[in-house]
Design a protein around this ligand. Structure first.
Ligand code: C2E
Ligand code: CA
Ligand code: CA
Ligand code: CA
Length: 279
């Protein structure tokens, strides 16, 4: 699905017809799902790798059809971006995640952090920073409880305006993580200037840890790079204890993955928080 944006089959008109109709259908469905509250969030824990302590969650968007089946985010998020629908949806995600922090504060899990994915399309909106301010004020959350996950594409596109927006956000104490690090093309000097708080090491590098021939070296360099730039590192997609241990040895600060917990509905996440034993 990732390749769809790359102009796949652009010259084969019959397929383009099918493709376009399929996308139009999906976009109608997405609009409808958003309006009728059939989008919801799943919460995946993020933990301190050394101690196992829970630091917070990443909010991940889910679309459930009436028949109980799910449309995967890799299919509908690109569509939401192309149509601009990601702007109101993203705003809803942000508010919902902050609201959940307030709920968890009250219910005995205080001080967690919410990590929210932000599309480059949202960043291009001049009112983006203002809308984040409003979401924080409306939910009564302090800025340091929020982390925005941005991909390297955010760093590459429209560099100056993005840097200005990111600066405004970090000055407020909002944390910024560079998502899927190592899979894009941002330059190291740009990475330095961004002043992000966290480098999020992509799952593909975590998976290659177990390969003998130097698989750990890339992850090791990324962790060292984060440290040199004064950033913390978090690894995503940790599935095995061996991966957790290796990453901890390499000095990776934080982790997220099925080993700790899958993305869960709120009630399941609360139960998970209650049952979780660090270390
Ligand atoms: P991502 O930001 O890289 O999110 C991590 C993905 O890895 C999630 O997929 C998560 O369910 C999955 N994952 C976590 N731990 C493991 C693991 O141990 N093993 C494996 N195999 N997978 C793991 P998901 O939920 O399908 O989301 C896919 C992508 O959709 C996200 O990738 C993100 O780019 C995008 N996305 C999700 N929610 C939002 C949102 O609210 N806004 C925007 N703009 N994008 C979103
Ligand atoms: Ca993410
Ligand atoms: Ca990621
Ligand atoms: Ca990823």
């Amino acid at each position: 699905a990732k390749s769809e944006g790359m102009g796949r089959c652009a010259y084969f008109s019959p397929e383009v017809g099918v493709e376009t109709r399929e996308r139009t259908r999906l976009l109608h469905g997405l609009r409808d799902a958003f309006q009728h509250e059939r989008l919801f969030l799943a919460y995946q824990p993020q933990v301190d790798l050394a101690s196992g302590r829970v630091l917070g969650f990443e909010a991940l968007l889910r679309w459930r059809n009436d028949d109980g089946t799910f449309v995967p985010p890799d299919r509908f998020i690109p569509l939401a971006e192309q149509s601009g629908l990601i702007v109101p949806i993203g705003q809803w995600v942000l508010r919902s995640a902050l609201h959940v922090l307030a709920v968890l504060d009250r219910e005995g899990f205080p001080g967690l952090r919410a990590a929210v994915n932000v599309s480059v399309v949202q960043f291009r909106e001049p009112q983006f920073v203002e809308s984040v301010d409003r979401a924080l004020a409306d939910t009564g959350m302090s800025a340091d409880r929020l982390e925005l996950e941005v991909t390297e594409s955010v760093c590459v596109l429209g560099q100056e305006s993005v840097a200005v927006q990111l600066g405004a956000l970090t000055r407020r104490g909002i944390q910024v993580a560079i998502d899927d690090f190592g899979t894009g093309f941002s330059s190291l000097s740009y990475l330095d200037r961004l002043g992000a708080d966290r480098l999020k090491i992509d799952r593909s590098f975590v998976q290659s840890l177990e390969q003998e021939c130097g698989g750990a070296r890339i992850a090791e360099m990324m962790i060292a790079l984060a440290r040199r730039l004064g950033m913390r590192s978090i690894a995503e997609g940790i599935e095995t204890e061996a991966q957790r241990q290796r990453l901890a040895e390499l000095g990776c600060d934080e982790g997220q993955g099925y080993l700790f917990g899958r993305p869960m509905a709120l009630d399941d996440f609360k139960a998970w928080l209650k049952a979780w034993q660090p270390g």
